[in-house]
Design a protein around this ligand. Structure first.
Ligand code: LLP
Length: 424
């Protein structure tokens, strides 16, 4: 469910006509819906009511400060993977006690930051990381609370580029080595073992692989407890899929929560969730303007002003994003089949192939739907295109929550070295 819909023939976000935003801010531009973010956070919280649960929004999905502040007000914590994300989460009002720090490549500086801030948990991904964390924590005269991220060797399904829980993926500690690493962790100074962590992938449309992974982890928790470890938390990661197009029917959060309650029944652990996409994905869109139509012998290209640098998902994963005109097409509007492409000098700068949709005229504005997760965060300034602005809607109000940098500002970050500054 989201709050983008046609109202009197015009696509609106909550109470705001999206054309107004396009006029005021220009395109391309991301637009997020407060009501949708709140709704998704609440649906998850309600699904887990009665379970001891921390909803740590996965900041990598959408790290805009205003989005994070919206979720902080809903009581969400954060799952971060860098010192930068940690700082954002705290600035947005998320207390360190609700922040978990994931990622395979934490630096000593990032560890120190997390320790000094007093975060809830480090999710450790290797023996080498564990040993460094021990040294850093001991130096800080502190105890770092840790879970070890285990690799359960379970295929999540979905796109291989976003599967993380199979043997051979770089994520987590190999299943067979987990118990030995817990034994080492218990012996290290500066380390306090608190939990077990797992995350098998993203955009998962089926609870079966998740259940298989969590059941394995519950078995591991029982063995670890028998070996004397005080395991009080299970971190089940993120990964729940969302509908991107008609007919997609991912499992509802209530089924997901019921499955977790069943699998972890009787364990008496805090459940940590790291949802990203399921909260932010359908809460955002990317506005774009049609520039040109171009006929090729076998197809028609629709060239829009957004590029793969603004929304990478189609180029990276062949991902589908619905594309809706801001003006609602008449029911009998002429249909046309397009390859929808951007202005970037790459053949992968393609949003859709053979997409049947209402005929579009140059200057028409459109919205790429379901772009609120892994949209703006993955964008770049490739082809010296300034990062696109982000707008947050709340009821009938909207505000720019990241402005478009101007070109001079971008270029000021660079300098030509002295030896190239010719004076002759
Ligand atoms: N926790 C960990 C350790 C993760 O690696 C991820 C996502 C999440 C939580 C959040 O997963 P979610 O609930 O959003 O599925 N760029 C790709 C997705 C990459 C996901 C990376 N890790 C895409 O656009 O589909």
């Amino acid at each position: 469910m989201h709050h983008f819909a046609y109202q009197a023939g015009r696509l609106a976000c909550e109470g705001v006509d999206l054309a107004r935003i396009a006029d005021a801010v220009g395109t391309p531009c991301y637009v997020y819906s407060t009501a949708t973010l709140q709704r998704h956070a609440r649906v998850i919280a309600e699904a887990f009511q009665g379970q001891d649960c921390l909803i740590a929004f996965s900041v990598k999905a959408n790290s805009n400060l205003a989005v994070l502040a919206t979720l902080a007000a809903e009581g969400c914590g954060a799952d971060v993977v860098s010192g930068g994300e940690l700082k954002r989460a705290q600035i947005a009002g998320i207390p360190a006690s609700k922040i978990v720090f994931s990622g395979v490549g934490k630096t000593a500086d990032e560890m120190e930051l997390g320790i000094l801030q007093g975060i809830h948990q480090f999710n450790v991904e290797s023996a080498a990381e564990l040993r460094l964390l021990s040294k850093v924590a001991a130096r800080c005269k502190s105890q770092a609370p840790i879970a070890i991220r285990v690799n359960p060797d379970v295929a999540a399904g979905g796109h291989p580029n976003i599967s993380t829980g199979k043997k051979g993926d770089k994520f987590g500690v190999p299943w067979a080595e987990a118990e030995a690493l817990y034994a080492e962790a218990a012996s290290l100074p500066g380390i306090r073992v608190v939990g077990v962590d797992v995350h098998i992938g993203s955009q998962i449309g089926d609870l079966v692989p998740m259940r298989a992974a969590f059941e394995k982890v519950v078995g591991l928790i029982q063995r670890l407890r028998a070996a004397g470890h005080d395991i009080t938390r299970i971190d089940v990661g993120g990964g729940l899929g969302i509908p991107y197009k008609e007919g997609d029917a991912p499992p509802p959060p209530s089924d997901y929560a019921a499955m977790i309650a069943e699998v972890s029944a009787g364990l008496g652990v805090q459940v940590i969730l790291e949802p990203g996409r399921v909260i932010a994905g359908n809460a955002g869109i990317l506005l774009t303007t049609a520039l040109y139509e171009k006929e090729a012998p076998d197809r028609t290209f629709l060239i829009v002003d957004a590029g793969m640098n603004d929304l990478m998902r189609p180029a990276l994963y062949g991902a589908h994003h619905d594309l809706l005109p801001l003006t609602e097409p008449a029911p009998d509007a002429a249909q046309k089949t397009y390859d929808v492409v951007g202005p970037i000098c790459e053949s992968t700068d393609k949003f859709a192939s053979g997409r049947e949709m209402p005929a579009i005229a140059s200057g028409d504005r459109l919205a790429f739907m379901s772009a609120g997760a892994y949209g703006a965060v993955l964008s770049s300034a490739y082809n010296t295109r300034p990062l696109v602005p982000e707008v947050l809607v709340n009821g009938d109000r909207f505000d720019i929550v990241r402005r478009r940098p101007d070109l001079d500002e971008m270029l000021q970050l660079e300098q030509v070295p002295d030896w190239l500054n010719r004076t002759d």
